[in-house]
Design a protein around this ligand. Sequence first.
Ligand SMILES: Nc1ncnc2c1ncn2[C@@H]1O[C@H](COP(=O)(O)OP(=O)(O)OP(=O)(O)O)[C@@H](O)[C@H]1O
Length: 292
Amino acid sequence: MTPELQQAGAAKLAEFAAKSAEGQTSGDRSAGYGRVLGAEPDFAHGVALYLDDITVTFDGFRALNALSLAINVGELRCIIGPNGAGKTTMMDVITGKTRPDAGTASFGSNIDLLRLRENEIAQIGIGRKFQKPTVVEQLSVFENLELALKADRRARASLFSRLTGAQLDRIGETLQLIHLLPEAQRTAGLLSHGQKQWLEIGMLLMQEPKLLLLDEPVAGMTDEETERTAELFLSLEGKHSLVVVEHDMKFVDQLTEGWKKVTVLHEGSVLAEGPLSEVQANPKVVEVYLGR
Ligand SMILES: Nc1ncnc2c1ncn2[C@@H]1O[C@H](COP(=O)(O)OP(=O)(O)OP(=O)(O)O)[C@@H](O)[C@H]1O
């Protein structure tokens, strides 16, 4: 690593540390966790996420219209639907960015998501990946993962301390999982688009999310990258619940392996649910989405 890069890395870490310290004084994630929740999500009923009758209105326009949806623990669910169907708004409600006008949203059977702030929702184990990767370009792949690990409340005390053996092992395992072990020392800014997306997924994984929300994860990827991303998600299934919003039907087909449930959203509610082949043959789905 060049001295410039080291300096840039140190500056980023310092900036990050300052933000963490700020959070600590103004109701940060760990403080919020204890204050608001005091409990881990209860997954005993096998459901990770429940949305019930959620309505979101923007200036009189219903972006979500009595939307109900349940995602099981460990399930990989693909959500498809035409532009404007409400997919992003749904993710915004789950992550606390948008408050619905009506309805309920819970994580496990006990945690009311509508009472939590965005940072608190991240803290209880809901990770979100936006379409555009937001890795720290000046840092190496390894340092990005290290940063994500240390953003975790459980490791905050050790922001500037050396990584423990267990932490190094976790970073190593994640590097392998996201196919970036050979690129560990590479500056993130030099990675391909697909590799940046994987790195960002790796950063989310460092926080051990129970539910991962992924918005068009393969947009802009090559066919090979798309295929490897499908393999990655399939390897995460079971250990995490995954909600994948995607327009790429080949990718959805790979992920659902011919049998898993796909949800079709249209005009803010569920239009159809079932295996991909079934929803693709559904005349209502063809009319509003696939036939276009
Ligand atoms: N902040 C907002 N103010 C006003 N209207 C909004 C706002 N956010 C979303 N909308 C509208 O709500 C509807 C649902 O948008 P949303 O982005 O959730 O759809 P989407 O299914 O994610 O679409 P895409 O596939 O294009 O990303 C759209 O008609 C959109 O214009």
